[in-house]
Structure formats: structure tokens, C-alpha cells
Design a protein around this ligand. Sequence first.
Ligand code: GLY
Length: 269
Amino acid sequence: MATARLDQKRHALVRAVPNSFTDALANFFGSGPSDLGMARLAHKKYCSILEDNGVKVTVIPADDDYPDCIFVEDQAVIIDGHVLLPALMAPSRRGEQQVVADAIIEELSGHKVCKMYHPAVMDGGDLLRFGDLFFVGRSTRTNDAGITELRDLLDHLGYELRTVDIPDNALHLTSLASTPTDTTLLAPLGYLDESAFGELPNGGEIIWIPEEEAYGCNTLGLPNGKVLVADGYPTVAAELESRGLEVVIIDMEQIRAADGSLTCLSLFL
Ligand code: GLY
């Protein structure tokens, strides 16, 4: 989940890997998962790393009717306890939302939940938080009507929103970028223009990564200074280590095969 500040990452919602995971959508970084066992192992490792680093993890059971259901990030936008349930563009993913929404409502009782309706569409994976500044990807999954609804919520909360156009060869904004800390943004050259994010406030830094490590730009920073990084992206790991962060490597091969990244697997409550 890319809409939580570091200090808000204390409780994560994840969803177990369904038996149908090999049917997950895969049109960008991935060409389809092939090894359910490896996918489950990676998911288990992900949950263990979170727990070992002080994050409570709540696991929603898998549903074999929804091959992509592990990617809970897309199903809800949670900002400082305010919840927006986006309308999903991909028909095969729409039915995943209710169970995720129920789990959020159970955990965050008393908080306001807003629902987006078509023709507005958005995937939570198109949102990225950089402290008090938010970015949204205009992509094949997120349209202008969806962005307008998000802007209404962020205006209400007093946060700025900037739009980033996502190239045709990428799924989401978070497929390409992440904020391993509240003042650092990772993004790949080639996919995004160097002016894509504009000027960053408060001495914020963009670390531009070579195009061939684009997938590795999705990292997951934790409050204790550790950052999860997918295996196989040495420039990403080295850039973070050189800034004093402790990198934790995780094998994401089978998750990547379904166009999923580290942040796609969790929602921070
Ligand atoms: N496989 C993730 C998605 O396309 O939504």
C-alpha cells in the first residue's frame, strides 16, 4: 500500500494466494505465473518479513474465483483512516472488493468509507504518497473521473495531488515508482520523464534508476529503516544502502509474473 506514511505502517491486510493464481492477469512485466508453490512461498516470506519487523499482519482467505485477489492494494485507498473504495476497470477483479472492504470496516470501525462508481475507475495501485503530497497515475486502470473523485477526498484532507501519465507498457504508477521513505522517491528512467513528478517539497529526492531495473523501483519501506526490495535489482539495493537504509531482499519472481509488485500485496490500515 503506497498511501501510508512510514509511521502509519503498523498493521497490514494481505490476502492469501488462490489456487487459480496461475490465471492472474499478466500483460506488462509478467507473462503469467507458472509455479503456485513458489508464489505461496514468496507470499509467506513477505508476511513473515512484515511480522518480524513489527507489523501486525491480518490475512484474508483466498478466493479461487479471483486469480488476482492477492493484490489487495488495488481494492481500497486508505489515507489517514479515510477509506475510498475505487471502481475497478478490470471486470475479473471487481468481485474481489467486498471481502476486502468488510475486513477494513471491521478493523477501522467508525471511519468514513466512500465508494467510487463507474464510469469513474481507479486501481489503488495508481496512488503514491510522498509525505503530504500524493501522486496518481493516469493509466489503463485509472481515468480522469476517478482522479477527480480522489482529488475531492485529498482536498478535504488538505493534501496536494499531482497526476503522472503512465506509459502504455506499464500497469500502474506503483509498478514503476515507490517511496521507500517519506522523503525519497524511486523511479525508472525510460518509462517516466524526469519532470514527471515536478519539484519535490522539503528537500525530497528522486532516485532515478536505469530502465532495466524498472520493476525493482517498487520497494516497501518500513518504520524501522528497513526496505523490502525484489531480488535481482542491484542498483536499487545499492542506492538505498548508500542512503543508510537496510535492504531486505525477497524473491518476487512468481508475483512479478502476474504483474504484481511488493506494495500490491498489502493495505496498511
Ligand atoms: N495482475 C494484476 C492486475 O492486472 O491487476
